[in-house]
Design a protein around this ligand. Structure first.
Ligand code: BV8
Length: 255
């Protein structure tokens, strides 16, 4: 089956779907010029391994470096703009809602681009880099200066401010986990977009959806850990593939 036929098969399922779940990873923001975890981190951070920096131990050992890394990424995210892949997901959500369906965006990304593209009810499985919280009280703060004036940032209560993201070894927010479980169990179509599907429990939701009878579609220029389990693999950048799926399903989005 050619790529065109694969797109058409997914579009048919999307058009008649009652419930769709879209799991995204760093790849969906790659065309917004935000480096993925697998790409070498640019410049200053090329020598740092995200899996070593994105941990509570790293923050405890060197809160200055970790705060500086996250603030550098926060600025990149604020400079970035949603790309046609984010916009296509928002269009899908709006078209499904207009025919009584639902689309749940489950993202591993912390960049806030789905929300800026107009998607609603976005489940941030790994928190948000736009929100920081006090290590002492847990109080969350979003209106932070850009860039932060000092690293690490002291909190008002005598603690430190840390990014309100989920680090390796930390548990995911209960409400986000529950929302993702519910979406994976009830959807009839599950997209896995721009993720290497290596990190759990996020990577497990695609398998859960498939087990519950959903069509599993992967959108990625490369093969991943998930590819062999997918019903359809659409090979290419999400900024090109997803708008094609939307056009095939609903006609030109300007209609
Ligand atoms: C947990 C937020 C329970 C922070 C992230 C030992 C101790 C404790 C836990 C573990 C352990 N061993 C294993 C674990 C579990 C661990 C895990 O899964 N580790 C992996 C490495 C094996 N998970 C956890 O720790 C999780 N918590 O399990 O809690 C617990 C608690 C205590 C003890 C035991 C268990 C928490 C994980 C969350 C970590 N936080 N992010 C931050 O952003 O800094 S993870 C981060 O990396 C992302 O959020 C994402 O989830 C993950 C992988 O990144 P991807 O998004 O997939 O991006 P990647 O670069 O990998 O791939 C990009 C893809 O895009 C590629 O496939 C590429 O081909 C594609 N692409 C490129 N361009 C495009 C494209 N696709 C489309 N279009 C394009 N244009």
């Amino acid at each position: 089956m050619g790529e065109h036929d694969r797109i058409r098969r997914v579009a048919e399922r999307l058009r008649s779907a009652k419930c769709v779940a879209v799991m995204t990873g760093a790849g969906v923001s790659a065309e917004s010029r935000i480096p993925t975890f697998r790409d070498a981190m640019t410049g200053l951070w090329a020598s740092f391994d995200p899996q070593k920096l994105a941990t509570p131990e790293a923050f405890d050992a060197d809160p200055e470096t970790v705060s500086r890394w996250y603030d550098f990424r926060r600025e990149k995210c604020l400079e970035a703009i949603p790309n046609p892949g984010h916009e296509a997901i928002t269009t899908m959500q709006q078209r499904l809602a207009s025919q009584g369906g639902q689309l749940h965006v489950l993202t591993q990304n912390v960049d806030g681009l789905h929300q800026r593209a107009g998607s609603t009810g976005v489940v941030e499985l790994h928190g948000s880099i736009m929100r920081w919280r006090c290590t002492k009280t847990g109080a969350r703060i979003t209106d932070l200066p850009i860039p932060l004036p000092t690293y690490p940032m002291p909190s008002a209560s005598g603690g430190l401010l840390r990014p309100d993201v989920v680090w390796f070894g930390e548990t995911l927010p209960e409400d986000a986990l529950q929302a993702a479980f519910d979406a994976a169990r009830s959807c009839d179509l599950f997209f896995s977009v721009g993720t290497s599907s290596m990190v759990y429990p996020a990577a497990g939701f695609a398998h859960l959806a498939s087990k519950h009878g959903a069509m599993l579609v992967e959108v990625n220029p490369q093969r991943t850990e998930l590819s062999m389990f997918a019903d359809v693999v659409l090979t290419g950048p999400s900024g090109q593939v997803l708008p094609e799926v939307v056009r095939a399903a609903f006609g030109h989005t300007s209609e």
